[in-house]
Design a protein around this ligand. Structure first.
Ligand code: PLP
Length: 396
């Protein structure tokens, strides 16, 4: 029924599973037949404070009952407070522009960088360098910024000029020319395979860019919102980028993106905008999400959850060496490298049958992005189900 409806009326741009989820409680989902699933995906890093979070739901209900939207032509109190909260959690003098998604946040970051390149130098600088296997979004320019040649299909050409990617940080230096305005990177490549970049190499690059007046844009759409154990992976890497983008986990399920910058006055009135961006509803929700996660981090609970998850992950990794070739990631952004892509596909399928949702990243990485508030029981149960799935794959 749902499958038929979906196939008839929704553009088929996803390889979908036809399960009909009806309810979620923290990291557990229930389908229409009351079968339960442990959610190690949190909707690709979105449901940061768990499904059915009562505090966020109450804030959304209250906000919906009073006012949800007024255009950005008027000041919006929860938007201003969310901007303040982001600056406080980051600990820097930054201002934020609110968008509706990660790609849109990156678009904003690219526009900001291009304005910098237009206004701060004698010759216009506009080129943005990214890294291979990065992922920056699905709009025409963020697809082009994405460092995966396979995504630059002729179907959508021509793409905007000014984007190139390098296979390693060390190669970025050679690609910089007098038209380069920014380098944009993920500190932990998400879609590309849960790959944390080397901290020293990132710090050296950041220093070089600062000395040469080239902007550093950190795409924290996936790694932000406490995913790596700190509010931003930027804080884990101890760098000071010019621009940071966020989205996924920020709204706890409500669509919201953010462009955060120390160049607070670079955009002037009229330079950028969004009809929906930063409305009452999404910013009130995101403010509550950050309040919850700030408390959760300060109480020690986030670190404890990360340690527990890491221990359980390690056990499964070590017990199944014939399937895995590496364990990667940071905080609650984790991956297991699987020996080949076909085996990974079987693991994901068997996990689903066992009642565990996991993700794929890159060619052969089993990716896990559980809600940050996942309970120890849910972690234990999830890894138990993963082991059952692995046994089936091994015996197939
Ligand atoms: C998901 C993701 C994006 C795109 O975000 P959307 O909200 O899907 O537009 C951009 N960058 C990174 C690092 C992501 O993980």
């Amino acid at each position: 029924m749902l499958e038929q409806l979906d196939k008839q009326y929704v553009m088929q741009t996803y390889a979908r599973n036809y399960v009909n989820f009806k309810k979620g409680i923290n990291a557990t989902l229930f389908d229409e037949n009351q079968k339960d699933y442990i959610d190690f995906t949190s909707g690709i890093g979105v449901v940061s404070v768990g499904h059915g979070n009562k505090r966020v739901a109450d804030v959304i209900c209250n906000q919906a009952n009073s006012i949800m939207h007024i255009s950005n032509l008027y000041a919006i109190e929860p938007q201003a407070k969310l901007g303040e909260k982001i600056a406080k959690l980051y600990g820097k003098d930054v201002a934020t522009f609110f968008s509706n998604s990660g790609a849109e946040a990156n678009e904003g970051a690219i526009k900001l960088a291009r304005k910098y390149g237009q206004t701060k130098f004698e010759n216009k600088r506009y080129k943005v360098i990214t890294l291979e296997n990065s992922f920056h979004g699905r709009t025409i320019s963020t697809v082009k910024a994405t460092g995966q040649a396979s995504m630059h299909t002729p179907n959508f050409a021509p793409y905007p000029d000014g984007f190139s990617f390098n296979s390693a940080i060390e190669d970025v230096y050679n690609s910089i020319d007098d038209e380069t305005v920014a380098v944009m990177i993920e500190l932990v490549q998400g879609e590309g395979g849960v790959k944390p970049l080397d901290k020293k190499a990132v710090q050296e690059l950041a220093k070089f860019l600062k000395e040469n007046n080239i902007l550093l844009i950190i795409d924290e759409v996936q790694s932000g919102t406490f995913r790596t154990g700190e509010f931003l992976a930027t804080q884990v890497y101890e760098i000071e980028p010019d621009i940071i983008t966020m989205a996924k986990g920020l709204g706890g399920s409500v669509p919201i993106g953010a462009v955060i910058t120390t160049h607070k006055d670079l955009f002037s009135v009229g330079d950028h905008g969004s009809t929906f961006g930063g409305n009452y509803l999404c910013t009130a929700a995101a403010l509550e999400v950050l309040t919850i996660l700030d408390e959760y981090k300060n109480s020690g609970a986030l670190d404890e959850t990360i340690i527990f998850f890491t221990d359980e992950l390690k056990k499964v990794y070590e017990a199944n060496q014939e399937l895995f070739t590496g364990s990667v990631g940071l905080g609650l952004m984790r991956g297991l490298r699987v020996k080949d892509a076909d085996t990974l596909a079987s693991i994901i399928k068997e996990s689903f049958n066992e009642g565990l949702l996991v993700l794929k990243a890159g060619r052969n990485t089993l990716r896990m992005l559980p809600p940050l508030t996942i309970s120890k029981d849910e972690i234990k149960e999830g890894f138990k189900r993963l082991q059952n799935a692995l046994n089936k794959v091994k015996n197939a």
